[in-house]
Design a protein around this ligand. Structure first.
Ligand SMILES: Cc1cc2nc3c(=O)[nH]c(=O)nc-3n(C[C@H](O)[C@H](O)[C@H](O)COP(=O)(O)OP(=O)(O)OC[C@H]3O[C@@H](n4cnc5c(N)ncnc54)[C@H](O)[C@@H]3O)c2cc1C
Length: 313
C-alpha cells in the first residue's frame, strides 16, 4: 500500500503535535515553517547573550499525555518557576505548576519534534491543490493562524478571531532591580495597558550576571489600538509603565526590543468552514490559547484524520 504523504504548515506546538502522530502512523511527513526556528508563538529571543521568551511565558503540564511527552523529551532542561505571579492588587494567583525550558521555551517544539523532517525559512505562499514546493501531498494540515490558513486554502476573506499583543523586552543594568526579586510577574486584568509584566531572571540560568530582564505584554485594547503605529511611541509608553510598577529607575535601561504579535490569542471560537479536499486546519483556535492546548489540538486533529473523520476537523 502507498505510504500517505502529509505536509504540515507551521512548526508551532500544533504543527509538531500533528506531525508526530502522522509520522508515528507511518506517513511520510514534511513540516514547512516560514521562520528560521521552530516554536511559533512559543518563541524565545537570544538577545545580547540572554535568552528571553517573548511569546509564551511558561507552560502548564495538566494533561497527562502532554506532561509525559514533555518530561520524556526535555529531561533535565525542564524547569519550574517558583516565584509567585501577583494580580494588580498584590494578591498571589493560584499556581498549578508553571514550567519553562532551560534553553528557551521555543526548545520544547524542537524537543517534541526530534527526528521529524522540517523545512524552515520556507513560507508556504501558494498551494496548488496539495502541491507544495514542487511536491504533491495526500494531506495538508495547516496550523498557520486561521486568517493565513484561509488565504492559503483560497477561501473567502474571513473574520479574524485572534487578538493582537504588543510585546516589549527590556534589559537593565543591575540584578534584581526594584521589586523583581519577590515576584515573577504581575498579571493585570483590570484593563490597564500593562496586562502582563514579568522578570525573566526568575528563569534561572537564562539571564547573564548583573542584568535585570523584563518582558511586557500590552492589554488587548492597547494592542489593538496601537498595532499599526510606529513601535517607538508604544514602546516608550510601556517602558514608563513597567518602570513605575516594578520600581525600576529609567537610568538603568540598557536596551529595548519591541515585537508585534498580530495573531496572539484567540478571542472567540469560530466555525471552521469546509476546506478544499485533503486540507485540514489545526491550532489553538480549536481549543484555547495555551501551549499544551495547541499541541493537543494538533495531535487530536491528526488522530481524527487517521480515523477517517470528515474534512472538517
Ligand atoms: C504574547 C503571547 C504570550 C503567551 N503566553 C502564553 C503562556 O504564558 N502560556 C501558554 O500556555 N500559552 C501562552 N500563549 C499562547 C501560546 O503561545 C499559543 O496558544 C500556542 O503557542 C499556539 O500554537 P499553534 O501551533 O496553534 O500556533 P503558532 O505557534 O502560531 O504556530 C503556527 C506556525 O505557523 C507558521 N506559519 C504561518 N504561516 C505560514 C506559512 N505560510 N508557511 C509556513 N509556516 C507558516 C508560523 O510561523 C508559526 O510557527 C501566548 C501567546 C502569545 C502570543
Amino acid at each position: 500500500m502507498k505510504q500517505m504523504s502529509v505536509a504540515v504548515i507551521g512548526a508551532g506546538m500544533a504543527g509538531v503535535g500533528a506531525a508526530r502522530v502522522m509520522a508515528e502512523a507511518g506517513c511520510r511527513v514534511v513540516v514547512f515553517e516560514k521562520s528560521r526556528g521552530l516554536g511559533g508563538r512559543c518563541a524565545t529571543k537570544r538577545w545580547e547573550g540572554h535568552l528571553i521568551d517573548h511569546g509564551a511565558q511558561y507552560f502548564t503540564l495538566r494533561n497527562e499525555a502532554f506532561s509525559k511527552a514533555v518530561r520524556e523529551c526535555c529531561g533535565a532542561d525542564l524547569s519550574e518557576i517558583s516565584a509567585p505571579i501577583m494580580d494588580e492588587t498584590g494578591r498571589g494567583l493560584p499556581d498549578g505548576g508553571r514550567f519553562f525550558h532551560a534553553l528557551g521555551n521555543s526548545r520544547i517544539a524542537r524537543a517534541l519534534g526530534e527526528g521529524l523532517e522540517f523545512r524552515t525559512g520556507l513560507p508556504v505562499v501558494d498551494v496548488d491543490c496539495r502541491r507544495i514546493s514542487g511536491e504533491d501531498f495526500d494531506v495538508v494540515i495547516s496550523t498557520a493562524p486561521w486568517p493565513q490558513t484561509a488565504k492559503l486554502a483560497g477561501l473567502a476573506e474571513c473574520k479574524n478571531p485572534y487578538a493582537p499583543c504588543l510585546a516589549l523586552l527590556l534589559l537593565y543594568r543591575g540584578e534584581w532591580l526594584g521589586v523583581t526579586e519577590g515576584q515573577y510577574a504581575v498579571s493585570d486584568r483590570s484593563g490597564h495597558a500593562l496586562a502582563w509584566s514579568a522578570c525573566e531572571n526568575h528563569k534561572f540560568g537564562r539571564v547573564g550576571k548583573g542584568i535585570t530582564a523584563m518582558v511586557v505584554h500590552a492589554s488587548e485594547k492597547f494592542s489593538s489600538e496601537r498595532l499599526e503605529e510606529d513601535s517607538v511611541g508604544w514602546s516608550e509608553d510601556l517602558r514608563r509603565l513597567v518602570e513605575e510598577r516594578w520600581e525600576i529607575s529609567p537610568a538603568a535601561l540598557l536596551a529595548m526590543h519591541p515585537h508585534r504579535w498580530r495573531y496572539a490569542r484567540m478571542m472567540e471560537k469560530i466555525e471552521i468552514p469546509a476546506m478544499p479536499p485533503g486540507w485540514y486546519f489545526a491550532g489553538d483556535l480549536l481549543t484555547e490559547s495555551r501551549v499544551e492546548s495547541a499541541w493537543l489540538a494538533g495531535r487530536d486533529a491528526a488522530l481524527r484524520i487517521l480515523n477517517g473523520a470528515s474534512d472538517r476537523i
